[in-house]
Write a protein that binds this ligand. Structure first.
Ligand code: LMR
Length: 327
């Protein structure tokens, strides 16, 4: 028979060794772009810093290129704690909030620096809570870059978009703007877009240079029109169940890491897109169409009817701030 004293000893040993050999908690970080995209690089840096600074507490598994969840499923998976970190594009939060519609408006943000300036304003900071009622915790905004158009046939003026099937992200705001051009917008998961462009289910799409390059769109399309007509950006999110389960000091260190990674992504994103642009153009697989001021003004004016129709649905305080920072 085991004595009372030995039983106590046994429990103490278990408690001490148990805490020493406790497994770190796993964070699954799922995203849909390539390893070399701004988001992919951010996820890898996050993994590295967590491994260096919180090795006993947390372990990050990164799933690139929609290998765990595609963008149609990932927010739901986050809410169910099947995944703990995501950085979906702001365009993909439409079923959860209408406050991000401002980021889908064409020719509103003139560049990525201005978008980042907007995030530093109170209206931007408040948007981190836009989906908190769904138990989604907004941690940071990450930028990718300015959107361009890639197509099979040249898109020089807005009338060239008439009748063209465009793969778009699942966003009502984006859908309406392509309808205004007379195009046929086809909402589709990012992971399905390359094949759809290849097999001509769609004949054009909008995205950043880094996403064109990461998906190799330039190998199956013929023209890029450098419109810089909109922004592509992300909210880094976790879920409340996971976030509130973290011990206080782990959360503090993790918050530091997130700030560092956010600074890295937001300072490197332009350069990553510039490099992707150079690589695509160096491949000579695609023709670059640039717009002079008059042509750009034509594209901008083509969205006037869209703006008239959509503005009543856009939060006016958010829009006002966006217009002020873009002055
Ligand atoms: C897209 O679907 O085009 C983008 O949201 C992909 C991404 O996450 O950058």
């Amino acid at each position: 028979m085991i004595s009372f004293k030995n039983a106590i000893r046994f429990f103490l040993v278990c408690a001490v060794f148990g805490s020493v050999i406790a497994e770190p908690i796993t964070i699954k970080f799922s995203h849909v772009t390539s390893e070399d995209s701004p988001k992919g690089k951010g996820a890898l840096l996050f993994q590295k810093l967590v491994a260096e600074r919180l090795p006993d507490d947390l372990k990050v598994e990164v799933y690139h290129r929609a290998t765990l969840f595609s963008d149609a499923e990932e927010l739901n998976a986050l809410i169910n704690n099947e995944v703990q970190f995501l950085a979906p594009s702001l365009s993909k939060f439409g079923s959860y909030t209408d406050q991000f519609a401002v980021f889908d408006l064409p020719f509103l943000f003139k560049d990525v620096a201005t978008l980042q300036k907007f995030w530093r304003r109170q209206a931007g900071i408040d948007l981190l809570n836009a989906v908190s009622n769904k138990d989604i915790v907004g941690l940071a905004f990450w930028s990718n870059g300015m959107k361009q158009m890639i197509s099979l046939d040249p898109l020089r003026s807005p009338s060239d978009a008439r009748g063209v099937a465009f793969r778009i992200q699942n966003s009502e705001t984006i859908k309406k703007q392509f309808e205004t051009l007379g195009a046929k917008p086809v909402p589709m998961a990012f992971s399905a877009s390359f094949q759809a462009l290849k097999d001509r289910t769609v004949n054009a799409t909008e995205n950043t240079w880094s996403n064109f390059y990461g998906q190799k769109y330039h190998t199956v399309q013929n023209y890029v029109t450098e419109t810089n007509h909109g922004v592509l950006a992300y909210m880094l999110v976790t879920n409340r169940t996971f976030w509130s389960s973290l011990p206080f000091d782990v959360k503090v260190e993790l918050t530091e890491i997130i700030e560092e990674v956010t600074a890295y992504v937001n300072s490197e994103a332009n350069e990553i897109n510039n490099q992707a642009r150079q690589s695509i153009l160096a491949s000579k697989e695609i023709e670059l169409l640039t717009l002079n001021d008059a042509q750009r003004a034509q594209w901008q004016a083509a969205f006037d009817p869209f703006y008239e129709a959509i503005l009543p649905n856009i939060n006016s305080a958010i829009l006002r701030t966006a217009r002020i920072v873009n002055r």
